[in-house]
Design a protein around this ligand. Structure first.
Ligand code: SAM
Length: 336
């Protein structure tokens, strides 16, 4: 019997955050004022080891997970990440293993090492091609050229198709949408334009800052006519659009204006081993305590099953026009 939740949604995807640290301070995710020098990140002993992550991942795959995405924080800050990739890639039944990164540490050698270890695809975040805009958004002065070099390195290593994730924030980078679309047309890479979300509690989110997917599609369509494309699989978050002239496709992720909770098949594991059943969750469930307390695989599976079966989260469908005053987990803690 496949494991399904209270709203009949299967458990298919697992996002694993391997660190809560990041070398960027994107203003919409880890603003400097909050995540400054005094911020208490998790000490090393609190992080799940690669062995612990792999053991949990194996149990999740037994429970129906087919796809794993490594994320963070910045996952490439975790030393020897390719070793974890190799361990996860060996799990029987896992169909898809991918990684989301800001690209800053993705050299040609690292890209090849990840590919050799069994990574198949990669998603690289880039919010603008304009250095002034991008540096203001990452807030550490990291240049666009560094991310473009990472994209080339990933391409050369065969980690394709590469997805390029761009968060669009009104008054900040919406003028970058068309140049980004122009740059990635004809490359085989898939630009995904993401509505700015009210994750966490530190980014001061306001609905007015959201550029809707509808507006985003209209901007691109005005330059190069688009036609809708079918979703690749049940639960895919991006709405796909194809350029009518054959130059490839773009995706939009409309988590604010067209929530996709009804088909959400994702669980999230934080770097310290807490399981979240929604990106907008608050508490999570402590799987590390079970692991380190000597639980058997059967006991871990039972715990995961108990959590998933009662899952009824659909935050994006019920959010009000302002951030609901909930204590929400920060995205840097559980990954995008
Ligand atoms: N450090 C990695 C990276 O930059 O891709 C992985 C973690 S990051 C949290 C994952 C993705 O979440 C990035 O593409 C980031 O832009 C996106 N993100 C962060 N905060 C967001 C927000 N408030 N709304 C929409 N996307 C957001």
């Amino acid at each position: 019997m496949p494991l399904t939740d209270a709203l009949d949604r299967p458990l298919r995807d697992l996002r694993i955050s391997v660190t809560d640290r990041c070398n960027f301070r994107c203003t919409y995710c880890m603003p400097k004022e909050v995540f400054g020098p005094g911020f208490a990140f998790l000490p090393r002993t609190e992080l799940l080891t690669f062995e612990e992550i792999t053991r949990l991942a194996r149990v999740f795959v037994d429970q129906g997970v087919e796809k794993i995405r490594l994320t963070g924080g910045e996952p490439l800050l975790r030393r020897d990440l390719e070793r974890l990739v190799e361990m996860l890639a060996a799990i029987p039944g896992l169909r898809d293993l991918t990684l989301t990164t800001n690209g800053s540490l993705l050299t040609s050698e690292k890209a090849r090492a990840l590919r050799d270890a069994g990574l198949r695809r990669i998603t690289i975040s880039l919010d603008s091609l304009d250095d002034r805009v991008f540096m203001a958004m990452n807030d550490v002065g990291f240049p666009v050229a560094g991310v473009l070099a990472a994209i080339d390195a990933a391409d050369a290593a065969g980690l394709n198709p590469i997805k390029i994730d761009m968060v669009v924030k009104r008054g900040v980078n919406e003028d970058s949408v068309v140049p980004m679309a122009r740059y990635f047309r004809h490359t085989g890479h898939i630009l995904r334009l993401i509505e700015y979300m009210d994750v966490g509690t530190t980014n001061g989110w306001r609905l007015d800052d959201v550029v809707s997917a509808r507006e985003i599609v209209a901007m691109v369509n005005a330059e190069w006519p688009l036609e809708p494309a079918e979703r690749n699989y049940y639960g895919e978050v991006a709405e796909r659009w194809r350029y009518r002239d054959g130059a490839g496709e773009v995706g939009v992720i409309a988590s604010v204006t067209q929530p996709f909770c009804a088909s959400c098949t994702r669980a999230r594991l934080s770097a310290e081993g807490r399981l979240y059943t929604c990106l907008f969750g608050s508490e999570g469930h402590d799987l590390r305590a079970l692991l380190r307390g000597g639980a058997t695989d059967a006991q871990l599976a039972a715990a995961i099953g108990d959590i998933w079966r009662v899952r009824a989260d659909r935050y994006s469908e019920v959010r009000a026009s302002n951030t609901i005053p909930l204590k929400k987990i920060e995205m840097s803690r559980i990954g995008g």
